[in-house]
Structure formats: C-alpha cells, structure tokens
Design a protein around this ligand. Structure first.
Ligand SMILES: [Zn+2]
Ligand SMILES: [Zn+2]
Length: 150
C-alpha cells in the first residue's frame, strides 16, 4: 500500500513509497541551501523503498565527508527532488517540498546549525541539534527507526 508520494513541479518525476521515512531532518549546510535555493528539510529512506518514474539529471560533487554527493533534479522543470550521499550508501533523501503532502512530516533533527539562518526557528519539533554533520548520530537514528518498523 502506498503511504507517501510526491514528485516534481512539472510531474515528469513521480515517486511513491510504502514506508515511513527513517529520519526527517533539516540540513542547514551551505550546499543544501544553494542547491535547493532555500532551506532544506528532507526525509530519508532506503533507496529501494522509493519507486520513481521519470528521469532525473544528477549533479555530483564532493560532499562534506569528502565523498561524492549526488543530487537529482528534474530534467524538465529543474526541481531538486532527491539527494544520494555516498557516505550513506543505499540511502536516499527526498526533499520535503517534493511530497504531495509535506505537512505530514516534521523534522526531528537538524544538522550544520553553525550555518543556520539566524531568524529560522521551529515549533519545538526538532529534538536533536548538531553544529556539524553528525554522521554517526544520523546513522544511529535511522537504524533505531528501522528496528521500530519491524
Ligand atoms: Zn519536473
Ligand atoms: Zn546539507
């Protein structure tokens, strides 16, 4: 059963999943801000949990970990749809704004707060804040959620 779905603005890219995200998080890093053109909240899944139709163009650069980071954009409308950090092999992060119903997700974690916009606040949904990338903590949070899924 499809639980969540989304896609790009022109609808050439569509995706769906039968799962809830392992982690919803806000990244305040400069790369995410530049690439999204705004603030970035994304929902993390295992790559094979997302069924996608349509072709994204991938932009790849060296991420904060020094490993390649792939970002997927719709070839037609240019929307930033997903990120695939090679540092987290097998995982994909879907941008919050690409979901048909983004209101169903709230970030529980924020990272790179050292670069956070100074006026940006949340309503208390964020439980864990990290000044930097928090790779280990992120992996732990995802594994914890994975276990709860059963
Ligand atoms: Zn599009
Ligand atoms: Zn980032």
């Amino acid at each position: 059963m499809i639980k969540h779905q989304g896609g790009c603005h022109c609808r050439q890219i569509r995706y769906s999943t039968e799962y809830d995200p392992m982690l919803v998080m806000q990244c305040n890093c400069i790369s995410c801000r530049k690439i999204s053109g705004s603030m970035t909240v994304s929902a993390c899944f295992a790559e094979d949990e997302i069924k996608m139709t349509g072709k994204c163009k991938e932009y790849t650069y060296s991420g904060g970990s020094g490993m390649p980071f792939h970002r997927g954009f719709c070839e037609n409308c240019g929307q930033y749809v997903y990120g695939k950090p090679t540092a987290f092999e097998g995982f994909i992060v879907m941008t919050l704004g690409s979901f048909d119903d983004p209101n169903q997700f709230e970030p529980k974690m924020e990272i790179h707060t050292i670069n956070k916009l100074k006026w940006l606040k949340d309503d208390g949904c964020v439980k864990d804040s990290f000044e930097e990338g928090a790779t280990v903590e992120r992996m732990e949070a995802m594994m914890e959620n994975l276990e709860q899924r059963g």
